[in-house]
Design a protein around this ligand. Structure first.
Ligand SMILES: Nc1ncnc2c1ncn2[C@@H]1O[C@H](COP(=O)(O)OP(=O)(O)OP(=O)(O)O)[C@@H](O)[C@H]1O
Ligand code: SF4
Ligand SMILES: [Mg+2]
Length: 350
């Protein structure tokens, strides 16, 4: 068991709840990419997720935040095995689901659902809303006949959709309503954990709060646990209990929400907090985000030290030579940095 996982379990979160519902340990998801000439091809790897470890406690929301291309979606997709992880463990309610055969994984898959960023492309445009919501219930043989009908109407009502609209197609709904359909579909099979992958970033700002409030209410009413993925700080700040900050496939800081904002330790987190990027993906510019994505797409780089060194105002020679470990500086507050910000401030004041 890695240091972070041991410390997290015993010191950080043991007091908060009895048992974490999900434990991710040293998760790696690498995508092979080729380089070189025809006969001299060598396989390099794009380390989309690189030794990621975290906990999610029952009933809480863990926010995962970081710039485009840092590996947030791949982390979520690896947990539910939409992509197969390269290595690592994913413990869900005491079972390592990362290495299970697909037949064994099926009941767990039902228990972990996903809400996607773009409700339009994640909903089948040729299906009525009724069938979209009923599909997972049919697949899992949970309801039939009148009971199925009843359940679908009940779900529509729960997410704030008029059940009379069940025979319409997704394109006949607004963006916010379509996300409500996606949410109804996700909660239909009574999951315990939902991975929300940028669920509001494709929506108008005026609608975002409504969807976030709906997610909050459902969490309270249904006892749900969320992993909430976002590229910007505002949404994660609004919904999360704890936040993990990702940079180039790694978690660089993780803490309770208040601690993360009041006593930021990692220079990248500070940059992210002060930047507060646009919540509208259409407004994302080809700037630093693209630079990060390009850097990642080059595959395994020669970086031996800290991956943030080239952008870090505090970088020293040691940072470029030795990769920092994720270490716990305060109870529940982890940072992957040799010279964390608060320590830096203390040294300056000596
Ligand atoms: N199936 C795949 N094959 C190859 N590379 C992939 C695949 N999926 C993702 N990647 C790459 O892995 C890296 C991480 O991608 P990922 O989608 O997880 O980032 P993200 O943090 O969710 O970004 P965004 O905020 O834009 O959604 C990116 O460089 C991406 O191009
Ligand atoms: S390890 Fe060094 S380069 Fe990396 S974030 Fe910390 S101070 Fe900056
Ligand atoms: Mg993503």
């Amino acid at each position: 068991m890695s240091k972070i996982v041991e410390e997290t379990a015993k010191e950080a979160f043991g007091k908060v709840t009895d048992e974490p519902i999900l434990e991710v340990k040293n998760l790696k998801t690498y995508f092979p990419i080729s380089s070189g000439k025809w006969f001299n091809k060598e396989t390099k790897y794009l380390k989309a997720v690189d030794e990621v470890s975290f906990y999610v406690n029952q009933g809480e929301t863990l926010g995962i935040v970081g710039e485009s291309g840092c590996g947030k979606s791949t982390t979520g997709n690896s947990i539910i095995r939409l992509v197969e992880p390269t290595a690592g463990e994913v413990w869900f309610k005491g079972e390592n689901i990362a290495t299970m055969k697909s037949r064994e994984f099926k009941p767990f898959k039902k228990n972990i659902q996903m809400i996607f960023q773009d409700p339009f492309s994640s909903l089948n445009p040729r299906m009525h809303v009724f069938d979209i919501i009923a599909e997972p219930l049919r697949t899992n043989k949970m309801y039939q006949g009148k009971d199925l009908e009843q359940r679908v109407y009940e779900l529509m009502d729960t997410v704030g959709l008029d059940p009379d609209l069940a025979n319409r197609f997704p394109h006949q709904f607004s963006g916010g309503q379509r996300q409500r359909i996606g949410i109804a579909r996700a909660i239909a099979v009574k999951p315990e954990l939902i991975i929300c992958d940028e669920p509001v970033s494709a929506l108008d700002v005026s609608i975002q709060a409504q969807i976030l409030n709906l997610l909050n209410r459902l969490q309270r009413d249904l006892g749900l646990t969320y992993i909430f993925i976002a590229h910007g700080i505002p949404a994660v700040k609004y919904v999360s209990d704890r936040i993990a900050v990702m940079y180039m496939g790694e978690i660089v800081e993780m803490a309770d929400k208040d601690a993360l904002f009041k006593a930021t330790l990692h220079p990248y987190t500070r940059k992210l907090i002060s930047a507060v990027p646009s919540t509208d993906p259409k407004k994302r510019t080809i700037g630093e985000e693209q630079a990060i994505a390009d850097e990642l797409n080059q595959g395994e780089s020669d970086v031996v030290g800290c991956k943030f060194a080239d952008r870090c105002p505090l970088a020293r020679a040691h940072c470029r030579e030795v990769r920092p470990d994720l270490r716990q500086l305060r109870s529940g507050h982890f940072v992957k940095c040799h010279y964390p910000l608060e320590q830096e401030a203390l040294e300056e004041n000596v």
